[in-house]
Structures are given as structure tokens and as C-alpha cells.
Design a protein around this ligand. Sequence first.
Ligand code: NAD
Length: 470
Amino acid sequence: MTETEYKMLIDGSLTGSDLTLDVVNPATGNVFATVPRASEADAERAIAAAARAQLDWAALDVEARAQKLLALADAIESEQDLLVRTLVMEQGKPRADAEAEIGFATIFLRHFADQRLPVEVLEESEGYHIELHHRPLGVVAGIVPWNFPFLIAAYKLAPALILGNTFILKPAPTTPLTAMVLARIAQPILPAGVLSVLVDDNDLGPLLVASPDVAKVSFTGSTPTGRKIMQTGAPTLKRLTLELGGNDPGIVLPDADIEATAEKVFASSFMLSGQVCIALKRLYVHSDVYDQMCDALARLAEAAPVGDGLAQGTRIGPLQNKAQYEKAKGYLDVALRDGKVIAGGEIIEGNGYFMKPTIVRDIKDGSPLVDDEQFCPILPVIRFDDIDNVVSKANAGEFGLGSSVWSRDIETARDIAARLDSGTVWINHATHFAPHVPFGGAKQSGLGTEFGKEGLTEFAQRSVVSLAHA
Ligand code: NAD
């Protein structure tokens, strides 16, 4: 696919525009594609087409909708190579991670193609027959971030479409390309208006959220943007699912298997250079094993190859965009000021947005590197001695997305897990998610749930039919 073939999808047509957007490869800092982006009129056209298409789409038998989703998954698989290369170039992630992302997207599509919400009989009595139905909401807008642009699009559109909603995808402006490949792949498969893809320059989200013809917004991104979406959606009482930021703590008990834990912690914390909402972002380690854990993490960080995601063997790619890179450099200064850097600690000079994976020890809560969602390849390792104290530190702050406990003593780990305020607690692993497992944030990490039956039903209107026997 050459850049001239990148098109949006509006009302069933692959659509260009006089407005354009430059896309930068974060590994080189160079613009490598210039693509069309939507005007407000384009967005209104997409909303109108999605609203027109919705009744017919909902009237199709669910098995027919499922077949379309399965056909989409097959078509994605047949374009795997192009999608992987495009994803690496727009996002920066290593090729293996891009392959996993495209593979996961098809897994989520096939999972939701298989889901049904049959009518439930709530009461069958002498007086009444009462049923619960799940009806489509209408037009759903999916607003997604730049860390997993393809997977997040797929796991929002699949549950929306299987239930009979139509869907408008708006990728983040720094990663619009795989969404446009999806537009081209989906165009011959889905009826006009069922899926639309709108590219913007960070300007069309509010229009989608405010529109009275959009019934629901499924959003993944930062907590500040989530707050804005709640405000913009308030006048129309928009249905919202918000998957927001996180500052996931990990707690390592003295009996943990240190080498195995270090490997898994490293994989979680440095996946996508730390730019993952459920990356482990602050590690609390018991004094008895603190030095050992810091040394093990430092060895892993020093050994991890940093480079272009397309290069053989790369484990750590660049930060995704210039703004995030600048933010990461600020946190590097904080690391050098507030702790002792024992691995990494520097950027790689050049035009790409590279930073070495960095381990910081002898740092405390109160440092922005510990308290903020840093979203970069710097892991603060904090010493603790007292369980009650570490639980209260882990629960401090506005976030509550995920957390993890690492121990050979599963009962103790379970007891600690029960005291952690987060949507998911992992024991002896981290960052794991699956289409059948509900996922969502506690506190200001989100609102509502994705995945599982709980996530699926958020794309439906519950509707009770209550019949009185005469
Ligand atoms: P962001 O919130 O800036 O942008 C996300 C999307 O929202 C983009 O498509 C953007 O164009 C759009 N947007 C921006 N302003 C908007 C507005 N006022 N109204 C509607 N839409 C608007 O986030 P980002 O910088 O792309 O991603 C990084 C952040 O996302 C991190 O904080 C990270 O933790 C979070 N994140 C969370 C999850 C999760 O599942 N909880 C997953 C990935 C990323």
C-alpha cells in the first residue's frame, strides 16, 4: 500500500480529503506518510451514514453479523505482513509486538463474533411473564490512543457490531495508518455506514462525543481526556466506557523467586517502552531482597537491545511521539535527581525518540517518577519493610487500573490482592488480559468495563418486556 492509497471510510466509500496529516516514524523522526484527514462536514457525514445503516444492520440475523466479523478477521490475517510493517513504522513497537497486536485483534474479533445475548426470562409466574432483552444502542464512536491502535480498534468495534450497533473509529493522530488499512480491508466486507474510519488532528473527538446521533463513546486514553469526554457527553447523557490511565504498583515479597520475577516485571514495565496503561510502573520490593531484585532488573535492562522496531532483535523501540519523548526526558531528570540510576539513564542521540531502559533505585513515594503515570521506559524500585504500609502506598493516588503481587506464598499474596484498589490484581504475573476476562479501572482509571459478558453488555441497552397474564 503506498501512501496515496491511505483513505478514510465514510458511508461505504474510501474517502480522501483536501486536509492532510503528516505521519512520523518515531524511529527516525521523519515524516513517512501524508494522509487525508476529516473535516467537520466529513465527520457529520459519517455520523449520518452510521445512523442510516444501523437499523438494517441490527435487523440482520446475528449469525449474518457474526459471519461478517469472521470474514473481517480472515481478511486481516491475509494482510498480516502489511499491517505489521505499517504498525511498526507508525507506532515504533518491535516487530514481534506488532505481530502479537495484529494476532490479538483477530482473536478478539473472533471471540466477539461468537457472543450472543439471548433473551432472559426473569419471571414466569401466575401473574407475569417478564423478559430481559439487550438491544443495540445505535451509533458507537470508538476513540483510541496511539499505543495499541489496531488492537484497541478491533476490541471496541467487534462487541459493538455483533450486537447490531454501527461504529465510527477515530484513531489518534500520530497512528492513523493501520486504521486506514482496516478501512480498506473492511470496505468490501461490511455494508455502507456500518464501520467508518475518521482521521483527525486531535480536533474531531469533541464533535463525536457531543453529537446527539452518537449513542455511546468507547474511549481509551488519558484520564484528563476522559474527564473532558464526560463533560462533553453530559448534555446528551452519552453512554460512556472510559479506559484511562494507570500507575500500576507491583509488590515483591521476600519469598518471591527473584530471577523469574525480575524477567516478568521487566517484560511488563518495558513493553512498548513503558507506554502501556497496564504496564507495571512502580515496583515495591521488600528490604530482604531489594538489592538482589535491583541488580537482576539492571542486568536485564543493560542487555535489552534498543532500536528500530523493524531491526532484527530489537526489544525496546522508541517513544511513540515527540511530546511523549520530551515528557520522558523530563522524567529522566527526575530519576537522576530523586534516586540512583543503576541501568540506562540516557537517551540515544539522533533523530529517533529513543531512551535506554532505565532502572532507578533508592527512590521514594513523593517523587513524580513514583506518583505520576510516567508512561516511559523508566522503572522506579522502592524499598519497603511493612506490608500495611506498602498496601497503603500502592493504593495512594488517583489511579486503580492494575496491580501485582509476587510471592511463592499464594495465600499471603491473595490476602494482599484483596486489599488492593484496582480493576485487576495479578499474582506472579502482570499485564495479562483476554477477551473473556472483564477489564476496567477502579477510581480515576476508568468508568465501566471492557471484555467479558460485562463488557459486551455495555454496548447494549437493557430493555425489559413485562407481560401481565390476563
Ligand atoms: P489522549 O487521551 O490524549 O488521546 C486519546 C484519544 O483521544 C486520541 O484519539 C485523541 O485524538 C482523542 N482526544 C483528545 N482530546 C479529546 C477530546 N477532548 N475529546 C474526545 N477525544 C479526544 O491519550 P494518548 O496520549 O493518545 O494515550 C496515552 C494515555 O492513554 C496514557 O495516559 C495511558 O495510560 C492511556 N491509556 C489507557 C489505556 C487503558 O486501557 N486504560 C490504554 C491505552 C492508553
